[in-house]
Design a protein around this ligand. Sequence first.
Ligand SMILES: [Mn+2]
Length: 285
Amino acid sequence: MHIFPFLRNYSNLEQSNYLIIGIPYEGYINSRLGSFKAPYYIRNYSELIETFSFYFSKSLEEINLFDLGDIFIKLDENNDKTVHNIYKNLKNVLIDIKKRYIFLGGDHSVTIATFLAIKDIFKDVAYIHLDAHADCHDKYLNQIYSHANVLRRISEHTNNIISIGVRTLDDFEKGFFFSNVINIDLANINYLKEALKNLNSKYIYLSLDIDFFDPSIAPAVSNPVYDGAHFNDFINILRILSEYMVIAFDVVEVNPFLDYPKYNTAVLAAQAIKEFIISSSIYSR
Ligand SMILES: [Mn+2]
């Protein structure tokens, strides 16, 4: 049941072009627990979002969305196994390659499950990582499927990876990051155009860790890093990507417990989803 469908959208499953799926899961838990609650809050605060996009001169009213609600998660004592369970479960849900998919995390570990499930059906998929962090640890606190391993695990399944906005690194991951990932600085977002020309994937998966944004606009995250992106940087990325077939998008790491009482980070996530849907719909197959 979806009590708060995203943007109060009630169109039907068959006609929908975009499917929204919540994944209320958080793996490694530190003192800043909370991202498992984000799907509920992002849906709830999406009610504040108006439908027309000034950036892309198009309305959500022209696009059919359907919110499937939250996926069932079979929890295991071992976090890696739970992420694997999410992946297996998604394979029952992601069956239609005519649709595009939007995932509401959860922490960033859910992207390992969603990317792999998407790649299983679309095959030829590049990965774009919007994040303050590189997420390139091979193992992190004995886990291989945690929020700190996302880019590293995905790199085992595609060579086409672009990272934008990384501005902090652990010594354990910097070697891998600098030698394996196309890294785009926030000051050079236009370089994305060149980087995309050299990718030869048919489809793109775009992952937005909400800490990509500056903590002044996205304060409710587990690991804030200053000197981050502003909303207009995100819009510029969407403008460039609107010439490509982006078939999946996720928003992860929104922490509602740190967002109280204004929930501005949840509102930012809902706005990012709105603009993603409208901008990506411009490119049709
Ligand atoms: Mn991340």
